[in-house]
Design a binder for this molecule. Structure first.
Ligand code: NDP
Length: 453
């Protein structure tokens, strides 16, 4: 099976050159699947993996728009419709200058497996643009979003493909895009998730990814008869996922002590309390400022700027028991993983997508810590998007308590299926194998049922 996997990876690299993030995401999944491919030759005969790796459709388009000074800009827009075996395409949109085909294909690939774990009927997709919302006025962001939707609208729909937010795409951007879709199609449908509460959005959707990552950590800790109470937690990022991770950690009695953005990180030994978090939310969501302002505001807090000459991130070299990477891909390398282990971290629950390099993941698995990979630990966001779609279809709204209870139940079930599957396939406690195998089986079996498509 080693030869089969090596040959497959050779093909992936040859067919998709210059896409290192995509290669990494595929490698991580196929590494988990050897035992399944051994036991089920039918998946090899039917070339299920080769088919899963190839997107069903890649849409790439130009997005011309004008800034407030009348200057013209041309950005690139994408939508990767990866797999629709178990439901309409579903996945976020990312607006960030680093966005390219490799990053969106890795995210779309991960999304297929993540969505399969949620228990809801959703296929996988991802999209976005190399547009940078940072430093743009609201009018500029609106003009960009409208120009973007002028092309995207013909490829999406409530039963076809339902985009949501991701890095750089929050409530403001979803609103602008939804407004333009509605105008172009002359219909009010649940074509996007993360909508405002008065126009089809679901309560708890903004909170869901962060809350879910914390629920997943609690479930992992339960297997050792422990909980989060009194534990010190490192959180990276300071956007949507990081903010609600901090909120839930506080409510479960843990002490979050760090937050970051692309300029550096803050360390607050006394803990980022509810009141301090309210400051961060205003800083990041309203004023769109830098995290260093936190250290100016709260005495005793240290801000450490990013040092590009370092081979590690000092945020991960801090004493703690838990870590919640919630910024971006590959933010924990093997040195960072070693530092985390050295500092006493034994619970890692990934709010971000693929925040740990393959070498870093191996360190965590070798150390036998509680390591929840993103496709399982951060699935609460898309799961609650699925709940938003269900409410839109039924034209009803559930209460906060109802949605939170469903989210909690889904995270518990994702944990249970990963745990059970890892055990069944001979690697107890390995949530990477558990998540990859359980989700692969679901998607692969659906594809087998549907014939050669
Ligand atoms: P936001 O845009 O709200 O926040 C992103 C945060 O990460 C910001 O603090 C940003 O800092 C930081 N960041 C982004 N890129 C980089 C970079 N290259 N280097 C350093 N810092 C960076 O995004 P989200 O919170 O929504 O997303 C965070 C992660 O969670 C992503 O990996 C996303 O794919 C994942 N995720 C999100 C879900 C959701 O529901 N939103 C669902 C599942 C996963 P700065 O502002 O300085 O750029």
């Amino acid at each position: 099976m080693r030869d089969y996997v090596a040959e497959l990876m050779g093909e992936v690299k040859a067919k998709n050159p210059a896409e290192p993030e995509f290669h990494q995401a595929v490698q991580e999944v196929v590494d988990s699947l050897s035992v399944v491919l051994e036991q089920h030759p039918e998946y090899r005969h039917e070339k299920i993996l080769q088919r899963i790796i190839e997107p069903e459709r890649v849409i790439m388009f130009r997005v011309p728009w004008r800034d407030d000074q009348g200057n013209l800009h041309v950005n690139r827009g994408f939508r990767i419709q990866m797999n629709s075996a178990i439901g309409p395409y579903k996945g976020g949109m990312r607006f960030h200058p680093t966005v390219n085909l490799s990053i969106l294909k890795f995210l779309a690939f991960e999304q297929v497996f993540k969505n399969a774990l949620t228990t809801l009927p959703m296929g996988g997709a991802k999209g976005g643009s190399d547009f940078d919302p940072k430093g743009k006025t609201d009018f500029e962001v609106m003009r960009f979003c409208q120009a973007f939707m002028c092309e995207l609208f013909r490829h999406i729909g409530p039963d076809t493909d339902v985009p949501a937010g991701d890095i750089g795409v929050g409530a403001r951007e979803i609103g602008f895009m939804f407004g333009m879709y509605k105008r172009l199609k002359n219909e009010f449908t649940g074509v996007m998730t993360g909508k405002g509460l008065t126009w089809g959005g679901s309560v708890i959707r903004p909170e869901a990814t962060g809350y879910g990552a914390v629920y997943f950590a609690e479930e992992m800790l339960k297997t050792r008869k422990e909980d989060l109470k009194g534990k010190i937690a490192l959180v990276s990022g300071s956007g949507n996922v990081a903010q609600y991770t901090v909120e839930k950690l506080n409510s479960l009695g843990a002490k979050p002590v760090t937050l970051s953005d692309s300029t550096g990180f803050i360390y607050d030994e006394d803990g980022i309390t509810r009141e301090k978090l309210a400051f961060v939310m205003e800083l990041k969501n309203v004023r769109r400022g830098r995290i260093s302002e936190y250290a100016d505001k709260f005495k005793g807090t240290v801000f450490t700027p990013v040092d590009p000459t370092l081979d590690h991130n000092p945020l991960w070299n801090t004493k703690a028991q838990c870590a919640f990477p919630s910024a971006t891909q590959n933010e924990i390398n093997e040195k960072d993983a070693d530092n985390l282990l050295k500092n006493g971290v034994y619970v890692v629950s990934e709010g971000a997508n693929m925040p740990t390099t393959i070498e870093g993941v191996h360190r965590f698995l070798q150390a036998g810590i509680l390591y929840g990979p993103g496709k399982a630990a951060n699935a609460g966001g898309v799961a609650t998007s699925g709940l938003e779609m269900a409410q839109n279809s039924m034209r009803i709204s559930w209460t906060r308590e109802e949605v939170d209870a469903r989210l909690y139940k889904i995270m518990k079930s994702i944990h249970a299926v990963c745990d059970r599957t890892a055990e069944k396939y001979g690697t107890p406690g390995n949530y990477v194998n558990g998540a990859n195998i359980a989700s692969f089986l679901k998607v692969a079996n659906a594809m087998m049922d549907q014939g050669l498509v």
